[in-house]
Design a protein around this ligand. Structure first.
Ligand code: SF4
Ligand code: SF4
Length: 344
């Protein structure tokens, strides 16, 4: 096969689709073509692109629109690995590494965390760092939904961050370590379910597992008929945000499931939000490395929801809920939290 760079037909589709280019402009951000294609000719110069490389939210949109089917996001992550191998000083990202070393979580653990009850259930629920430590309502709502759907589950007594944030930083060595730990801790499970699409994607791509996101489990295994909605509820216009790692890497079917589930709920009206699948800025380690870029993307998402006249943004991803909420202006809640409150 021709070298990576020679397969690019210079159509600029990726540049036009990139959410960070839209926010930053091509003067401040080289865009997917500049980062993944041009720099692949001179990988030794990747260091000069460091700032740019860490502004990418790893949203996979560029590769999706590329007619040459170039794995642009993968190439950007490979360049991050080469930078990390040479120079581990990473500004905002150093905190992630310190937390992993100290707590086996990508963020500092909360003083009070939901407790894992011992069980021999074969369904393993992996809450992820945010649902355990920043938005425990997601952990509690998921546990409640699984209980309502009569799906016996357990949370592993011990677990480490899945490693997705380490991949985004470029730290292959710690990544290997947490992967090996988790595969030991997960011993004896038959099915794995996760709250965070970033974890779902990472377990698929890096561990070779076949996890389900909560929405897939509810739809495909529990069955939506087993989750009867409360007959009446406050009327609300909902904009469904489509997290990148759900819509583009796990699959569009999960978004279809989510929309169908929401539409079954009395009082809920789904409104069409322009660019619902555009990245909110919550991924790729950008919140830690370039919080201004992450916030600008979150504000753009809120503006889209306002234009759609939504009362509420529902986001099936803990990272997206956290980041969009930073922008304020329209309330943002996690899918499981919203659904659980409207079921019997
Ligand atoms: S992955 Fe997303 S943010 Fe990164 S370069 Fe591609 S389109 Fe832009
Ligand atoms: S979309 Fe693909 S082919 Fe077109 S410029 Fe970008 S990398 Fe090149």
């Amino acid at each position: 096969m021709a070298p990576f760079a020679n397969r690019c037909i210079k159509c600029d589709s990726c540049q036009k689709a990139c959410p960070v280019v839209t926010i930053e402009g091509l003067r401040s951000f080289s865009g997917p073509r500049g980062l993944a294609v041009d720099s692949s000719r001179f990988p030794e110069d990747a260091e000069a692109l460091r700032d740019n490389l860490y502004k990418c939210t790893a949203c996979f949109r560029c590769g999706d629109v590329c007619p040459a089917r170039l794995p642009l996001t993968g190439q950007i992550m490979a360049l991050r690995r080469s930078i990390f191998a040479k120079d581990k000083a990473l500004g905002g990202h150093a905190r992630i590494l310190a937390n992993i070393d100290q707590h086996r979580r990508s963020i500092e653990p909360a003083a009070r965390r939901p407790e894992a009850k011992p069980s021999d259930a074969k369904l393993l629920y992996f809450p992820g760092c945010i649902a355990e430590n920043r938005l425990p309502i997601i952990y509690q709502s998921t546990a409640s939904l699984l209980t309502k759907g009569k799906a016996a589950f357990r949370v592993p007594e011990r677990w480490s961050c899945c490693g997705a944030p380490l991949e985004k930083v470029g730290d292959s060595e710690r990544l290997r370590l947490v992967r090996e730990e988790n595969l030991r801790f997960f011993d004896g499970f038959e099915r794995l379910v996760t709250s965070c699409p970033g974890c779902t994607t990472h377990f698929i791509q890096d561990y070779g597992l076949e996890p389900l996101h909560t929405i897939e489990l509810l739809y495909e295994v529990v069955g939506v008929r087993k989750l009867p909605a409360l007959p009446s509820h406050r009327k609300v216009k909902v904009a469904l945000h489509q997290p990148c790692h759900l819509a583009r890497t796990v699959g569009q079917h999960v978004i279809d499931y989510a929309a169908e589930i929401l539409q079954r709920l009395p009082g809920v009206r789904l409104v069409e939000m322009e660019d619902a699948d555009r990245c909110c800025g919550g991924g790729g380690g950008v919140v830690a490395g370039h919080p201004d870029v992450a916030l600008a993307l979150a504000k753009a998402k809120v503006e889209s929801a306002k234009r759609a006249k939504a009362d509420l943004i529902v986001a099936p991803c803990p990272f997206c809920v956290m980041n969009i909420s930073r922008a304020g202006g329209v309330e943002t809640v996690d899918f499981t939290n919203f659904l659980d409150a409207r079921l019997k």
